[in-house]
Design a binder for this molecule. Sequence first.
Ligand code: NAD
Length: 279
Amino acid sequence: MAQIINGKEVAMNVRKSLKTEVDLLRANGIIPKFAVIMVGDNSASKIYIKNKTNACNELGIECEEYILSETTNMEELLDLINSLNKRNEISGILLQSPIPKHLDIDKAFKAISPSKDVDGFNPENVGKLCLNQDCFISCTPNGVMKLLEEYKIDIEGKNAVVIGRSNIVGKPMLQCLLNKNATVTICHSKTKNLTEITKKADILVAAIGKPNFVTKDMVKEDAVVIDVGINRMEDGSICGDVDFKNVSDVCSYITPVPGGVGPMTVAMLMSNIVKAVKN
Ligand code: NAD
């Protein structure tokens, strides 16, 4: 039976130590301030933003929320980002995705000053991650790395397989594991013989968005299985991309959903905001 990786506990510890850092900054007259932008009316985004602003409040980070209407045009969005870029007291800026289809999200991410890009989506930060230089790393992959570190899971020389190649999870995940000297394979919807590849993984990361996609027969014995998926089921429950119950019989470590990677994403965002303030 696998050991369960308790992301909730690790995230709580990260937040505790960040609180100490923020208290110290505030004692020195530095008030960390973060701005979050949402365009349009998306119920999932509202929940994500609420989780992020709650975490900021708990840590003593001030938060400005900009909720723009569905009909906002690109110029208005860029104007807001530029005005936030110019304000010295704002250390971090986050644009909540998705945004309406008529807007160019890549252009918007590019407009966020790299030094305030706490989500790590600006091409400068993405490039620096590829070059293994100090940068803001996308929060979910960064959270996965923190979990592996906390549980003292060896990465160097291991076969790591990432399923999913999105810009926000799969690709930066690949890069983070590579930077720690894993031999990384990335799989996606066009990959042939997926099971043949996943079966060789010492570390398997699932970021697909399909409930219970990774089954027991796809997992090598004693592998470390990280489930990034968050799938909302019809009955309102949340389920991961991994068939947790059966896969935990064969693997050595596994993250649950909820309570695994999810809480780490918010914790790493807070960590990036504090890093931005210190920079
Ligand atoms: P996405 O839809 O952008 O990407 C999904 C990826 O899965 C794609 O690259 C696609 O090629 C791949 N894929 C789809 N079907 C496949 C198949 N049959 N075989 C192999 N690969 C396949 O999704 P995303 O934004 O990367 O998110 C993935 C999941 O992670 C979602 O459930 C999302 O809700 C969740 N997520 C969780 C957190 C967190 O904090 N835990 C953060 C971001 C995303």
